[in-house]
Ligand binder design. Structure first.
Ligand code: ADP
Ligand code: 5GP
Length: 194
């Protein structure tokens, strides 16, 4: 992992539907942060509007298992029963070699593994929904998941929120502008640190 020395690592976790993708999209455009997104691999199917190699590398479960065996992942988790997600070593290298800071959107367990692996080189941020009611509205508003998937994601949210104290920084995504500003401030301070 020597390439990671070239850049810092920002790991963001939140219950699904909180607004991570939206916030990360905005952070990527903030001048000076110089962020490059780590495109994870997943065995879930693409949602409408998602493209292979942009939001995720969409691979089959069989391919995912083959790549675990091949040692291709920095970390991976079965985030939902039967669905794997993982950070590829090749993504960490691609972004770090380009001289940017790496930003990852991964689940709470994966985030804590990355923090443990990279220590002071990584900043972990937990993005929290204002409440579970608001989270449910956002998941429904996104209109991309089935009722069963929404239930599973809501069921997991409380468990995930329980991990918030283990993160370096906690931000509530109430007003999007304010949350982005607060996160940009935390990231700016972190990347300026030697
Ligand atoms: P995640 O990546 O955490 O699963 P998304 O970024 O897809 O979540 O956001 C879920 C939904 O909530 C989207 O429809 C998005 O437009 C909306 N959303 C995100 N942030 C806010 C916010 N601060 N206020 C209101 N709606 C938001
Ligand atoms: P979604 O299916 O909504 O895109 O993502 C579901 C969950 O998987 C989110 O909590 C997201 O952060 C997590 N996730 C995405 N990529 C990775 C990854 O590479 N590793 C881990 N551990 N979790 C991931």
């Amino acid at each position: 992992m020597e390439n990671a020395a070239k850049g810092k690592i920002i790991v963001i976790s939140a219950p699904s539907g909180t607004g991570k993708s939206t916030v990360i999209g905005r952070l990527m455009k903030v001048p000076g942060l110089n962020l490059g997104f780590s495109i994870s691999a997943t065995s879930r199917s693409p949602r409408a509007g998602e493209a292979d190699g942009r939001e995720y590398w969409f691979i089959t479960d069989e391919e995912f298992r083959r790549r675990i065996e091949a040692g291709d992942f920095v970390e991976y988790e079965e985030v939902y029963a039967g669905t794997h997600y993982g950070t590829l070593k090749s993504e960490v290298e691609r972004v770090c070699d380009s001289g940017r800071n790496l930003i990852m959107d991964i689940d709470v367990k994966g985030a804590l593994s990355v923090k443990k692996l990279y220590g002071d080189r990584a900043l972990s941020i937990f993005l929290a929904p204002p409440s579970l009611e608001v989270l449910e509205k956002r998941l429904r508003g996104r209109a991309s998941d089935s009722e069963e998937t929404i239930r599973a994601r809501l069921g997991k949210a409380e468990y995930e929120i329980g991990f918030a104290p283990e993160f370096d920084v906690r931000v509530v995504n109430d007003s999007l502008d304010r949350a982005v500003e607060e996160m940009a401030g935390a990231i700016r301070g972190f990347i300026a640190r030697r």
